[in-house]
Design a protein around this ligand. Structure first.
Ligand SMILES: [Zn+2]
Length: 538
C-alpha cells in the first residue's frame, strides 16, 4: 500500500491520525490527510429546553432530529449562587466561562455561594469578563449573533455586552451596536429607535453609520452582500415558527445559513451564537405547541450548522440549552394509572391539530372574544371546550394567550408540567467535531465555554485583562485627572483631553477619534476601558 502524507507543519500527530482518511484511486489505496484544525465555532442555544421537549418534538415530527446524532454528554446549569439559573448567568457561563448571578450579563457575581465555587475576590463583584465572541474578534475572526427574541435579550447580550441588569436594554444594545460584531440578526427593532429608548438615541442611524447593511425583511436579508449585516425583523420578538409569516420574518435556519455565508468569508475563521429564544417562552406558558414549533425550527438551524461543519471540516458545532423550564413530561397526572396503555396518538394527535400557537391564535379572536369556540375549533381542532376553559381564554391578558391555551392543549395531550418557571436539572450537551474531540460525561456550563475556547486556541483571562481595565485607577496612575458621568469618561493630562463615551468603542483625543477594539463599560459602579484607551494618555 502506498502512503502519501500531506504537509502538516502545525498539526499534532494525534490530530493527523484521527483525521487520516483513506482515498481509493485507480485501484491504489492512499492515506490522505484531511485538515481538521478548528477555526470556527457555532453554538446554538435552545433557551429553556426541557429534556422531554426533544422526545416530544421527535414523535410529532415522526423521524429523527439532527440533534439526536450529536448527544455527547450532560451539562450542569446552576448559577454562582442558586441551583436554578436564569438566562443571564446561564448564558454568561457559556459566553465567558464564569458563573454569575440572576440578571447579570457578562459580569462576575457579587458572591459565589453554591457548593464547589471559588469565592469572588474583593473588588471583582460585577466586573466585566471577556466573552468568547470578543476574544474571537480580537483574534481576527468574524463574529455573529442570532436570536428569535429581541437581540438585546439576555442570551445574545451575554456574548456581546456587559451589565449587571438584563433589563437595561439601552446599555446592552448600545454595546452590541459598538462591539464590532459582524452579523446581528433577530428582533427588538423598537429598542434601537429613539422612541423606544430611555436615552433617546437613534441607534438605527448609528448602526448604519458604522457601515452595517441594516435590513428588515427576509428579502433584504437574502439580497444583502455586505460583510457587516444587521437584520432587525420585528419591533420585539420574532413569531413562533408555527405562526411565522415567511414574507415578513426569516426562519432561524435561514438566518443561520446567511450568517454562515457572510462570516465564512474570513480566512481566520468565525464564531457564531444562534439562539432559539422562544422555546423558553413557550415553556413558561406551559404551551407544548410553542415548544414543538420552536424546537423543530431550532433543529433545522442545527442541521444548517452541522451540514456546513461536515463539509467544511474546520468547524465545531455545540448545541445546548442554558437551563430546563416548565418540567415538561410526556405523561401527566392523568396517566398515572394507565401510562403504559396510553397510545402514541393520545399524546400527538391533539398537538397535530393545532395550526398555530396560542400567540398566533390570539390574533384570530375578535375584539370582544365572542368567537372563542369557533376559533378553537378551526385552529386547534378542539370542539369540547368547557365553560371554565372558555372563560380562561376570554379573560386572558393581551399577549398572554399561550398561558391560557397551553394548559388546555396539554390536558388533552397528556402533557405534564411541574412549574411555570425554570428548573435546575442537568441538560443534554450536543456536539459535532470533525476530529472527534468532544466533551463527554457530566460537565459544567462553564466547561462548555472552556471547550470552545480551547478548540479555538483562545485565552479569555488574558483578553479580559486587555479589554476591561479599571479606568480610574489606571488613568490616575499615569498622573491624569479622571472624571465620569454615566454618559462619558473625561481624562485630562496637561494639554491633552481624552473623551470616552460609555458603551461605545470610540476614544476622542483632542478632538481626533480612534476606534477601540472593545467597548467602554460602566457596570453601575465603576468604569472599564480597553488597555488601548489607557495607552492613549502618555
Ligand atoms: Zn426563561
Amino acid at each position: 500500500m502506498l502512503k502519501c502524507w500531506g504537509i502538516h507543519t502545525k498539526k499534532s500527530v494525534a490530530a493527523l491520525v484521527a483525521t487520516m482518511m483513506l482515498a481509493v484511486s485507480g485501484g491504489t489505496a492512499m492515506a490522505v490527510e484531511k485538515d481538521t484544525s478548528i477555526k470556527n465555532v457555532i453554538i446554538l442555544i435552545p433557551d429553556g429546553m426541557a429534556n422531554d421537549a426533544t422526545a416530544l418534538a421527535r414523535w410529532y415530527k415522526g423521524s429523527s432530529l439532527t440533534l439526536d446524532s450529536m448527544a455527547s454528554g450532560m451539562v450542569r446549569t446552576h448559577s454562582a449562587d442558586a441551583p436554578i439559573a436564569d438566562s443571564a448567568p446561564a448564558g454568561t457561563a457559556f459566553a465567558t466561562g464564569h458563573k454569575s448571578h440572576t440578571g447579570y450579563v457578562g459580569v462576575l457575581p457579587d458572591e459565589a455561594t453554591m457548593p464547589g465555587q471559588q469565592p469572588i475576590a474583593a473588588g471583582d463583584a460585577k466586573k466585566p469578563v471577556a466573552s468568547i465572541l470578543e476574544a474571537s474578534k480580537l483574534a481576527g475572526k468574524s463574529t455573529g449573533i442570532i436570536a428569535t427574541s429581541e437581540i438585546m435579550h439576555a442570551t445574545p447580550a451575554d456574548f456581546t455586552a456587559h451589565y449587571p441588569d438584563r433589563k437595561n436594554y439601552d446599555a446592552l444594545s448600545m454595546q452590541q451596536a459598538y462591539n464590532g460584531v459582524d452579523v446581528v440578526l433577530g428582533g427588538g427593532g423598537k429598542f434601537l429607535e429613539a422612541a423606544g429608548r430611555k436615552d433617546g438615541q437613534d441607534l438605527v442611524a448609528q448602526i448604519k453609520d458604522q457601515g452595517y447593511d441594516f435590513v428588515t425583511t427576509p428579502e433584504g436579508l437574502k439580497k444583502s452582500t455586505s460583510s457587516k449585516l444587521w437584520g432587525s425583523f420585528s419591533p420585539e420578538a420574532l413569531a413562533y415558527n408555527l405562526d411565522r409569516d415567511a414574507s415578513k420574518e426569516p426562519s432561524l435556519a435561514e438566518m443561520t445559513s446567511k450568517a454562515i455565508d457572510v462570516l465564512s468569508k474570513n480566512d481566520k475563521g468565525f464564531f457564531l451564537m444562534v439562539e432559539g429564544s422562544k422555546v423558553d417562552w413557550a415553556a413558561h406558558a406551559n404551551d407544548p405547541t410553542g415548544i414543538i414549533s420552536d424546537v423543530l425550527s431550532f433543529d433545522d438551524a442545527v442541521k444548517v450548522a452541522v451540514d456546513y461543519a461536515k463539509q467544511n471540516q474546520n468547524t465545531v458545532v455545540v448545541a445546548v440549552t442554558d437551563h430546563g423550564n416548565g418540567g415538561l413530561t410526556i405523561g401527566s397526572s392523568d396517566t398515572t394509572s394507565n401510562y403504559d396503555k396510553t397510545p402514541l396518538a393520545s399524546f400527538i394527535d391533539p398537538l397535530k391539530k393545532a395550526k398555530l400557537t396560542g400567540e398566533g391564535l390570539e390574533a384570530k379572536l375578535n375584539a370582544d372574544r365572542s368567537n372563542i369556540k369557533e376559533v378553537l375549533s378551526t385552529y386547534f381542532g378542539i370542539t369540547d371546550l368547557t365553560d371554565e376553559e372558555v372563560k380562561t381564554i376570554k379573560d386572558a391578558k393581551e399577549g398572554s394567550m399561550n398561558y391560557a391555551v397551553g394548559p388546555i392543549i396539554s390536558k388533552r395531550a397528556n402533557i405534564g408540567w411541574t412549574t411555570g418557571g425554570h428548573t435546575g436539572g442537568d441538560v443534554v450537551l450536543y456536539t459535532y467535531a470533525p476530529n472527534g474531540d468532544r466533551p463527554t460525561g457530566v460537565i459544567d456550563n462553564t466547561d462548555v465555554n472552556k471547550y470552545m475556547t480551547r478548540v479555538l486556541g483562545l485565552d479569555l483571562n488574558t483578553v479580559s485583562k486587555q479589554l476591561f481595565v479599571p479606568a480610574k485607577a489606571a488613568f490616575e496612575a499615569k498622573g491624569a485627572k479622571f472624571t465620569a458621568d454615566t454618559k462619558v469618561i473625561t481624562v485630562t493630562k496637561g494639554s491633552n483631553k481624552l473623551e470616552l463615551p460609555v458603551y461605545k468603542n470610540i476614544a476622542t483625543l483632542n478632538g481626533k477619534n480612534t476606534k477601540l477594539n472593545s467597548v467602554v463599560v460602566f457596570n453601575g459602579v465603576d468604569y472599564f476601558v480597553p488597555q488601548q484607551a489607557i495607552d492613549l494618555i502618555q
